[in-house]
Write a protein that binds this ligand. Structure first.
Ligand code: 5CA
Ligand code: ZN
Length: 409
């Protein structure tokens, strides 16, 4: 699949700091030590509805990871998937009487437009589940042949007990895992499973549903977790730097994915850090396609909201916190954007080298975007009130805000 066009990342004087980031698996902050090419996998959308502010907030967090790494003069190898076949997508297509491939294509196209407008840097590899199927089948066969997967009425399940590290990503107790598994696509109640938590790797073809050649597995379609594992292993290999997504993916998705990969390769860990963004809510409840309490990026754009203001609204919350989208959040961002634009449009200004370092330090410190915004606010306030004599300052601030925060002033 093609991704979306990259906005230019202006070069800044000096060099950024190494990223210290909260890792769900260890429950603490770790300093990442990527090589010259940092590797990141971020779980993509299931394209049955348009990009909402929750999605945008999560992709904003991982866009900041990329920008911090680029500022340390590293290359970034960023991979993202599109879950373009899965139960919720097929159910929505049936509900609305439309072709599931058309639905997926249309919503993926809209997502690309939203990401472009928000200046999110694109992945190097943007891979759909459907196009990954030829790579998924042999992985499932290998797991089965190694005794790590078993068949149940034609479906193939992964046996979580074959991974000694199982549970080490989310660190949840058995009861919490069972509840979340039932809530998030698992089937802990299905009789005949070795362990109620075992996730499906390959679903045998169902009447009226799309299916693909599964070689010795028979016709069917892939489970959700193995999709991301196949794509990540293919394009990044084991031990990549960051596995990212919203906090609702820590269990079961990232837990299961890590186990699949660790059993497949005999290596540990799947990723150096598991990084999770908080959930954005609307009217007191997590924004979600299944509930329908959504604010869409595309709708705001159509209403004439500047994408830079949407981006500032996202940046005004720490990526790990759960927060509520309100009209006030957007109004504050519009106002801030106005103040910043006024400040950089003055012909000369307050020296800004120290500001660039403050923004760098804030982002390197577990992506503290609110602290970065506060630093720019302080500069803009003094600049608007007093100005200065440094001719290069407004340009430097514009470039830094673009390069590090993805906001075009
Ligand atoms: N296709 C799978 C991942 S392989 C999936 O979870 N798709 S999704 O469309 O449901 O979500 C895409 C990303 O947005 C995921 O990282 C998810 O954790 C995140 N996300 C979904 N809802 C919210 C929300 N309300 N707030 C923050 N992030 C969210
Ligand atoms: Zn995923």
């Amino acid at each position: 699949m093609h991704a979306w066009p990259a906005s230019e990342v202006p070069a800044l004087p000096g060099k950024g700091r190494d990223l210290r980031i909260h890792d769900t698996a260890t429950g603490g902050r770790i300093t990442l030590d990527p090589g010259p090419v940092a590797r990141i996998y971020v779980c993509g959308i299931t394209p049955y509805d348009a990009t909402h502010m929750g999605h945008a907030a999560t992709y904003n967090a991982f866009d900041l990871v990329q920008r911090v790494w680029l500022d340390t003069k590293r290359q970034v190898h960023y991979v993202q998937n599109v879950t373009d076949v899965d139960d919720p997508l097929l159910e929505r297509a049936v509900r609305d009487g439309q072709d599931w491939t058309e639905l997926a294509e249309r919503e993926t196209a809209l997502f690309r437009e939203d990401m472009t407008a928000l200046r999110m840097l694109p992945p190097k590899h943007y891979i759909g589940a459907v196009e990954a199927i030829p790579g998924i089948v042999p992985l499932v066969e290998r797991l089965r042949d190694a005794g790590a997967a078993y068949e149940l009425d034609g479906d193939v399940y992964f046996s979580v007990e074959t991974d000694p590290h199982f549970g080490g990503v989310s660190n949840l107790d058995a009861e919490a895992m069972r509840l979340l598994s039932a809530e998030r696509g698992g089937d802990p109640e299905r009789p005949g499973k070795k362990n109620p938590l075992d996730p499906m790797l390959w679903m045998a073809a169902r009447e009226g549903e799309p299916s693909w050649d599964g070689a010795s597995l028979g016709p069917g379609r892939p489970g959700w977790h193995i999709e991301c594992v196949a794509i990540a292993l293919d394009h990044l290999g084991m031990g990549f730097d960051v596995q990212g997504g919203g906090s609702d993916l820590a269990f079961p998705h990232h837990e299961m994915g890590a186990s699949h990969a660790q059993v497949l390769t005999g290596e540990y860990p799947f990723a150096q850090a598991y990084v999770h963004a908080g959930m954005v809510a609307l009217d007191g409840e997590k924004m979600s396609k299944s509930k329908g309490n959504l604010v869409f990026v595309s709708k705001l754009r159509r209403d004439g909201v500047d994408p830079a203001a949407i981006r500032l609204a996202l940046l005004s919350h720490h990526y790990r916190s759960d927060w509520e989208w309100t009209d006030q959040v957007l109004a504050d961002a519009v106002e801030r954007l106005g103040r910043w634009r006024a400040a950089v449009s003055r012909p000369d200004g307050l020296p800004a080298e120290a500001l660039v370092e403050e923004v760098r330090e804030a982002l390197a410190d577990d992506l503290d975007a609110p602290a970065a915004l506060a630093a720019v606010d302080r500069w803009a306030e003094r600049q608007n009130a007093e100005g200065g004599t440094d001719e290069g300052a407004p340009g430097l601030v514009s470039r830094a805000v673009d390069a590090l925060l993805g906001v075009a002033l």
